[in-house]
Design a protein around this ligand. Structure first.
Ligand code: ZN
Length: 149
């Protein structure tokens, strides 16, 4: 089983490397004792995230779509990095492919499956619904101090 590597860490940051995307299936997420999910890696805890959870998920060709789920308080954004699939939310279906980005509210009954011939690779970001006050760059603060490399 592959491990998440912390590559840098300081007072105000952490960096990690999950490895190559085509080796994601070597990660195994243990949902419960005896229930292991290959190809899923959560990195929020490793990074020390306080406002979001980030996971990578790879679904082999022909798999996925086994169950619907909702969330208690978090909305999710799925970012498709490669592959082709079908997504469903509340019984409505749509195709996804590289470049697709899907937001699902916490109450949306969701599932996805790989409909292509290659791995469906996605990033999933969970954030607490209705927690974001500023979108875009309005939360950023440009500093006066010069950048040193
Ligand atoms: Zn979810």
């Amino acid at each position: 089983m592959k491990k998440v590597e912390i590559t840098a860490k300081g007072t105000n940051y952490a960096a990690t490397n999950i490895g190559l995307l085509n080796e994601l299936s070597q990660h195994v997420f243990t949902l419960a004792p005896g229930i292991d999910i290959p190809g899923r890696v959560f990195i929020g805890n490793d990074l020390g995230n306080t406002g979001s959870e980030v996971s990578f998920v790879t679904t082999p060709a022909g798999l996925g779509g086994d169950f619907l789920h909702t969330h208690k308080t978090n909305e999710e954004v799925y970012i498709v990095l490669s592959g082709n699939g079908q997504f469903q939310v509340d019984g409505e279906f749509f195709d996804i492919s590289e470049g697709s980005v899907v937001r699902v509210s916490q109450n949306g009954k969701r599932a996805y499956k790989n409909t292509g011939n290659t791995d469906l690779v996605m990033i999933c970001i969970q954030t607490k619904a209705d927690s974001l006050k500023d979108l875009g760059i309005t939360d950023g603060v440009i500093l006066e101090e010069p950048v040193k490399w």
